[in-house]
Each structure stands twice: as C-alpha cells, then as structure tokens.
Design a protein around this ligand. Structure first.
Ligand SMILES: [Ca+2]
Ligand SMILES: [Ca+2]
Length: 234
C-alpha cells in the first residue's frame, strides 16, 4: 500500500504544471479603455506573448485592427498625443515575499504584490529636432500643433525596480527611454503588432531563471490586470 501511495505521489508531482518556455495571453476584444477629453481611438490589446531567447526577453503585443488610426489621430486643437500601451509586472525570483506592490493595488482585480520590476511600453512620436535629428517623445506626451504634421509614430520602453516591501519605485532605478540604443533598435511597430527585445540584465535574469509575470492594459490603475504566467527563460 505504501508503495502504491508513493507511486501516486510521484505521478501527481509529475502532473504539476511546469514553467513554460514561452507564455502568452489572449486578451478580451472590446475592453479598450475609454479616455475622457479625447476622441483618439483607443488601442484594444488582443494578444500578448513573452519568451526568452537566451539573452533577451522577446515581448510581442497585438491589437485589434491596427495601430494606424491611433497614430493618425489629430485632436481638434491640432495636437497629437501619445500614451502608455501596457505595463508589465515581473516577479523575477518567482517569490511573492520579495519586491513590492503598486499604490493602485487596492483597485486590482486580484491580489497584487511580490513584483520586483515593472516595464512600461510607451507610444508617441518622433519630431524633427535641431538639425533635423529625430527627437522621440513617448508616453503621456502632447505634440504641438506646429509639429503634428511632421510627427512619425514611435515607441519606447521604460523599466523601474520596486522598492522592497513598498508601493513606489526604487529611487533612481528607472532605465529611461533612449538610454539603451540596442533596445530602441529592437522595437518594431507595424500593422497590429508591437515587439521589443529586453536584455536579461534589465531584470537580473540568467538562462534558466523562473519568473512570474503579468501585464495591465489600463495603466497605471491595474483595472486591466492579466493573470500571472510562470516563465522559465532559455
Ligand atoms: Ca483587449
Ligand atoms: Ca519577488
């Protein structure tokens, strides 16, 4: 009998879900956030995937339709605006006892905490600067009327570390947009698809790391928080 029980325990242990090598989420269609004070079409995320390629996390976000109506939009006053497409929350040690939480955790649809880093995907525009050099403006930005016609779609990412046990970022932990040229160059924005490659070093990961992660498509309020997925990176 003991042998049978032991066998049963071993079989059940074998049935535990293993950390996936790549993870994805199907996001509901029709849940795009309504923004007050603008008629800009809001982006409706339909699919998100994250996988490790050995040195980088490859993040891909798909939206319903395409990004074009969002970037083409000009406000009545002639200006254009950017925004935050999604925030990712990464529990890099898969340990809920380390990391922090968000000041909006109380609004989240499920318990929220133990995340060590967040990563924001920012949308906006490049505008010709001095000497014609393209200058990026992404996130919650407004492009002046005189620049709107020359503004080209752009995207960037920004990473911060949570303060241990707190609800705010660690001071000075932000990797600002534009600092890592390789990351900026890895960004692709075409049709209905955004993708970026983030070096493992941004999150202190090494090949074989197991992490827990999720995203929120209504940043920063966590009302669009996805389920967690467990990812083991190559
Ligand atoms: Ca959606
Ligand atoms: Ca953690």
């Amino acid at each position: 009998m003991q042998k049978i029980l032991l066998l049963l325990v071993l079989v059940l242990a074998g049935l535990r879900p293993l950390a996936a090598q790549g993870v994805q989420w199907t996001d509901p269609v029709g849940d795009a956030r309504k923004m007050s004070g603008t008629t800009q079409p809001q982006l409706d995320i339909t699919n998100v995937s994250v996988e490790g390629n050995g040195t980088e996390l490859v993040i891909t976000i798909r939206v319903a339709g395409s990004f074009d109506p969002y970037f083409r939009h000009v406000e009545r006053d002639g200006r254009k605006r950017g925004g935050v497409l999604a925030d990712f929350y990464v529990d890099t040690d898969n340990n809920g006892a380390t990391g922090g939480t968000s000041m909006f955790a109380g609004d989240a649809p499920r318990p929220f905490g133990g995340y060590d880093y967040s990563l924001s995907v920012l949308l906006g525009y490049t505008v010709p600067g001095p000497g014609g050099k393209p200058m990026p403006y992404t996130g919650d930005v407004v492009i002046a009327k005189e620049d709107a016609a020359r503004a080209q779609p752009a995207a960037s990412v920004s990473r911060t570390k949570f303060r241990q046990g707190g609800s705010l970022p660690e001071p000075g932990s932000r990797i600002p947009r534009g600092e890592d040229e390789a990351v900026d160059k890895s960004i692709s924005l075409s049709g209905n698809t955004f993708s970026v490659k983030i070096p493992y070093a941004w999150f202190g990961l090494t090949p074989g790391s197991v992490m827990r992660l999720c995203y929120d498509d209504q940043p920063p309020f966590l009302k669009g928080l996805s389920e967690d997925r467990i990812l083991k990176v190559r």
